[in-house]
Write a protein that binds this ligand. Structure first.
Ligand code: HEM
Length: 98
């Protein structure tokens, strides 16, 4: 382990599981692949492998079930500019007539 050029930490992080993907992801050289034979201590009995579990995204708790506040904000987004426009128009009419 201490002779591994990639360090021992990466090897330890892959212990007890299939490290094929980890090994391939690094892009090991051909000489590294040849070296693997030296360290082979046997084949894994496939029947003893734990079943592959598929990753499932955790269900998001529905935080804001109440859509009322969203609705109010949408209405305000429409009404506030309209009110400002009306106010400006009102002021202009008022100042014109006086
Ligand atoms: C018996 C299995 C393994 C052998 C013989 C081996 C051998 C080597 C060798 C010779 C290198 C130097 C670079 C090269 O020639 O490709 C290397 C680098 C490296 N290996 Fe492994 N390795 C093995 C397994 C693993 C595993 C399972 C991992 C990941 C969990 C890993 C991660 C790395 C990393 C991160 C480097 C450094 C790559 C770099 O800095 O470019 N190796 N390994």
């Amino acid at each position: 382990m201490e002779d591994h050029p990639g360090g021992d930490e990466v090897l330890l992080s892959s212990t007890g599981q299939d490290a094929t993907d980890d090994f391939e992801d690094v892009g090991h050289s051909d000489s590294a692949r040849e070296m693997m034979g030296e360290y082979c201590i046997g084949d894994i009995d496939a029947s003893t492998l734990p079943p592959q579990t598929k990753y499932r995204t955790p269900k998001q708790p529905h935080h804001n079930q109440d859509k009322t506040s969203e609705f109010i904000i949408k209405i305000l987004q429409f009404l506030v500019p309209l009110a400002i426009l009306g106010l400006a128009f009102g002021i202009r009419m008022y100042t014109k007539s006086t």
